[in-house]
Design a protein around this ligand. Structure first.
Ligand code: COI
Length: 354
């Protein structure tokens, strides 16, 4: 069934105010947003309208009880100027997995996809082309009942907006293994891209920053002996440039789309990828022995975030020179090359927008 989207174009584009050479991540927003509301048990009429404030009641349930989920995806521009989306169907499916976990309605895949494509097509001039840049796209859904009381909301809004961005981490990061706070444990919502999973990372990250680190590495809630993910990315540890360890999807970590792309690319290159429980002690032992040849985070925003050093129980373990790393440099060049259409996409990941 064809989806009809009402389009209300801005009369005053802000594009000339955007300095595409010096973009700060997450601070500049493209001209339009897509919106559709869920009321009376069904999704209503979708529209694209100028990006701007959304009126809401102080009692809106998302901000009291946390029924709020989101996605992160990116659009790039091909050499011919066509917008390219990277694995958008995976984001759509993941948003719906998050929705189910949070007791929220699923959004029809074709409605999400059509809204996304029409928004990206309309705001295509906002897709930056400088090396490392992209139009970051933020789809999100939140509960809008004007009601105080703990029960699932009856009304929801789904919105997509875009912001031109450069790399999330302009340089390699230092991370601290977190042993006090916990992000998720069995039966919780660790796999969901739920706003609250990020809310609870703020205090531990602030404390790690005070100690001079850029990010934390979450550990499991039972023993703090196994690594899970960082505050913003999934994690990979490379031993002797041949074997890669990454925490398995055990329900407590995010099913990263960049994570999955990296696993597929690494395997294709002939590396051994072990998706399993990864203990802090084996990472530290490998760092001490000099066999931990590479370590990085993966995510839509960061793509590949090289980890310069790991802090653990008062000691810092510095890893090989990030500039000279074989695996992470190759992975970044390969993924970004596929995303931007400069390298052949053998996996069918890229969806072009006409
Ligand atoms: C993403 O990578 O898309 C995220 O949602 C994480 C956040 C750093 C923006």
């Amino acid at each position: 069934m064809a989806i009809s989207i009402k389009i209300n174009k801005t009369t005053q584009s802000r594009i000339n105010q955007c300095d595409f050479e010096n973009i700060e991540f997450g601070k500049i927003f493209s001209d339009h947003m897509f919106r559709v509301d869920f009321t009376d048990g069904k999704w209503g009429d979708p529209e694209i309208l100028p990006y701007g404030p959304i009126p809401m009641a102080p009692s809106i349930s998302a901000i009291h009880y946390g029924q709020a989920i989101f996605e992160g995806m990116k659009a790039f521009k091909s050499a011919e100027g066509k917008p390219l989306l990277f694995r958008p169907m995976d984001n759509i499916k993941r948003l719906n997995e998050s929705a189910v976990r949070m007791g929220m309605p699923e959004i029809p895949e074709e409605l999400f996809m059509e809204g996304l494509k029409q928004l990206v097509s309309l705001d295509r001039d906002w897709i930056p082309t400088k090396e490392g840049s992209a139009l970051y796209i933020r789809p999100f859904m939140f509960a809008t009942d004007d009601f105080v009381g703990v029960r699932p909301s009856n009304n929801y809004s789904f919105i997509i907006f875009g912001c031109p961005v450069n790399s999330y981490y302009p340089k390699p990061i230092n991370v601290l293994v977190e042993e006090k706070f916990v992000r998720a444990s069995d039966g919780m919502a660790g796999f969901a891209k739920a706003a609250g999973n990020y809310g609870i990372s703020m205090l531990p990250t602030m404390e790690a920053k005070k100690k001079g680190y850029d990010q934390i590495i979450w550990t499991d809630g039972r023993s703090h002996q196994h690594v899970e993910e960082s505050g913003t990315t999934n994690l990979f540890f490379v031993v002797n440039d041949t074997t890669v360890w990454t925490p398995a999807l055990d329900g407590n970590i995010l099913r990263g789309i960049t994570r999955d792309s990296c696993i597929q690319l690494l395997k294709k290159r002939g590396l051994t990828v072990e998706e399993r429980k990864v203990s802090v002690s084996e990472i530290i032992e490998a760092a001490k022995a000099g066999t931990l040849s590479d370590c990085f985070g993966t995510g839509t925003a960061a793509i590949i975030a090289k980890i310069a050093g790991i802090g653990y129980q008062g000691q810092d373990f510095m890893l090989p020179d990030p500039e000279k790393r074989d695996v992470s440099n190759w992975l970044y060049a390969t993924i970004y090359g596929i995303q931007t259409g400069k390298l052949t996409d053998d996996f069918g990941w890229v969806v072009s927008v006409d």
